[in-house]
Write a protein that binds this ligand. Structure first.
Ligand code: G4P
Length: 575
């Protein structure tokens, strides 16, 4: 108190930690205080961030739930635009028309909104199997996922694959059992299936009140209240809700006697034998909280969103050179997880999507691009919604932003203020489909080459060159055949270059020890195998059948055949 009096008017604002006669340090104290306030603001901003993706088997309701999150998240100007996006895309981005034609979602979009004190980054991920690598990369950028399950179908193949990726990375998973407004599997059976098939502990957070046409809402097991929802026309508005005690006469009167007593019985049984919600187990990826509802009718959506924001983690530490880095570190750093060219023909450019891992991003900041070792200025930073872009001046750890204008950026690259930071690379998947790509006409050859160069940077399709080919016709490799189709379609619509695919006889690929490859003669390989090079000039062998791989492994162990290039030190995901 004495210090405050002594300092006069300044004392009213600044709490003194040192005696006032220490005048020489007055300036540095102010700086320290400013730094303290800045660091508190930084912590506050980072801790309120939630970055997640929704995963599902196609048609389980991922797009619908995304839309409903936006509706409940108060991003009303955006609500409805997830579906409207399809029309918008039609006029602004041709390649997305392919999504509509094929009924698939091939692009990942980042949606951001502020809701109940949280800043939410929601990454949309493609559901189609052929795009699993793209989805995998997006999953590298999130801290949690919501897994949507069609309650009539249970766990489907794609859900299981995506779930495995999440588990491999220890990502917390929140489950939404969707479409309870239709005849569905019994809720207990669904829980059992989750537990059995995915081998994860399951905790029901709420319980359906009726099912199919009688589905009226959910019982919140934590607050011990029944939520009765009303349907709104087309599910365009939030569903009006009445929250009541489950033993209320009024509640009983809303249900048939049989379903009310079944409900009471099940609630009691869950309390007695069901798993208790354990947030630590959820954060460790050992338990999934389960929510029931109907996305299209907005039943249970808000309960899911609120609980998710409450229990999902704030940005989690990421590893740089084996060390986990706290997101609240003051210096900015992040990594690129996705590259997308020509999202909008109005801006024929390439966007690199970056997940910020530590500190604060400010537009125009100079950072190190560790792969090239150069310093770059990040002046063109954007938030995206479909083809709309909004400049971002500031962003924090946990956020995902799009950076335009840096052709040198590649997937997995680190951008950082602290030169010591370098994030682990993102593993590539070994391609399983191979086809030569020829230019459709000599007149378009220049466009054809330029298009290939751009699109290959996105890393969805890889190019290889066989040792004996004279014209360097690229051999494309992809995880799924649909990727070739998208590649050709984009070459034509975005670069005006027609192309022709020529099937190849190869079905498997292995990277080879570089030293051993120098000594290798193609005639030493099993029949039908071919020596080739990837875009980094690393030697690979192409095989017509999987058995030839094991044959060569046995015959020439010195080749040290690998499913991935040597720079990717991790195991292939279990796809
Ligand atoms: P996806 O992104 O996972 O592929 O699924 P999407 O949201 O596109 O939903 C797939 C279908 O399931 C859509 O119907 C959607 O309306 C429907 N759906 C989503 N949630 C619910 C729900 O809670 N209950 C019911 N009954 N249906 C739901 P569609 O006929 O394929 O498309 P649309 O014509 O309705 O847009």
């Amino acid at each position: 108190k004495r210090h405050i009096q002594h300092k006069g008017h300044l004392g009213r604002f600044f709490f003194q930690t040192k005696p006032p006669h220490d005048c020489a340090s007055g300036g540095s104290q102010k700086i320290e205080r400013r730094q303290l306030i800045q660091s508190m603001n930084l912590d506050k901003e980072i801790l309120r961030r939630r970055t997640f993706a929704i995963i599902s088997h196609p048609d389980a309701g991922k797009t619908t739930l995304t839309e409903k999150f936006l509706l409940y998240g108060g991003a009303l100007h955006l609500a409805g635009s997830v579906t409207a996006r399809k029309n918008q895309r039609n006029s602004t981005s041709d390649w997305m028309e392919l999504e509509r034609k094929r009924g698939i979602s091939v692009s990942s979009t980042v949606l951001q909104f502020d809701y109940s004190g949280h800043y939410v980054n929601l990454l949309d991920t493609p559901g189609h199997n052929d795009f699993s690598e793209d989805t995998y990369r997006s999953l590298m950028a999130v801290d949690a996922v919501v897994m949507v399950v069609d309650a009539a179908k249970g766990i489907e193949s794609q859900t299981r694959k995506l779930f495995e990726v999440c588990r491999m990375r220890g990502i917390p998973i929140f489950t939404f059992m969707n479409k309870l407004d239709r005849p569905a599997k019994d809720p207990l059976e669904l829980l059992d299936e989750l537990e059995r098939v995915l081998e994860i502990r399951v905790s029901a957070m709420n319980w359906p009140l009726g099912m199919g046409p009688d589905f009226q809402g959910v019982y919140d097991r934590i607050a011990r209240k029944a939520h009765f929802f009303e349907r709104t026309a087309g599910g365009v508005y939030r569903a009006p809700v009445k929250v009541q005690d489950v033993r209320d006469q009024e509640v009983a009167s809303k249900m048939t006697d049989a379903s009310h007593s079944k409900l009471l019985e099940e609630i009691e049984m869950l309390d007695e034998v069901g798993e208790t919600f354990d947030q630590a187990a959820v954060l460790a990826g050992d338990m999934t909280p389960v929510f029931f509802g109907s996305a299209i009718n907005n039943f249970g959506v808000q309960l899911l969103l609120d609980a998710f924001l409450q229990y999902a983690p704030a940005p989690v530490p990421r590893k740089s050179k084996g060390e986990s880095l706290r997101p609240t570190l003051p210096k900015f750093s992040g990594f690129i997880f996705k590259i997308q060219s020509n999202m909008d023909p109005k801006h024929r450019d390439q966007i690199a999507f970056m997940r910020i891992c530590t500190g604060k991003f400010s537009r125009d900041m100079r950072v190190k691009h560790t792969k090239s070792g150069t310093n770059v200025r990040l002046s063109s930073s954007h938030k995206l919604f479909g083809s709309d872009r909004e400049t971002v001046d500031e962003a924090y750890a946990g956020d995902v932003i799009g950076i335009v204008g840096h052709q040198a950026f590649g997937i997995g690259d680190t951008l950082t203020e602290d030169e010591a930071i370098e994030y682990e690379s993102i593993p590539k998947f070994a391609p399983e489909y191979f086809s030569f790509l020829h230019s459709g006409s000599t007149a378009q050859f220049k466009r054809f080459r330029a298009g290939i160069d751009h699109l290959l940077r996105e890393g969805v399709v890889q190019a290889f060159y066989t040792k004996t080919s004279t014209q360097r016709i690229p051999l494309l490799g992809a995880v799924g055949p649909l990727q070739f189709e998208v590649f050709q379609y984009r070459l034509e619509t975005e670069y005006g270059a027609e192309s022709r695919l020529e099937p190849s006889p190869w079905r498997a690929i292995r990277w080879v020890d570089q030293e051993a490859a120098k000594e290798l003669d193609e005639s030493d390989l099993p029949t039908g195998c071919r020596l080739a090079f990837d875009s980094d000039d690393k030697a690979v062998i192409l095989f017509p059948e999987e058995w030839a791989v094991s044959f060569l492994e046995e015959k020439k162990p010195e080749l040290k055949l690998r499913k991935l290039p040597a720079s990717f030190g991790r195991a292939t995901p279990s796809y």
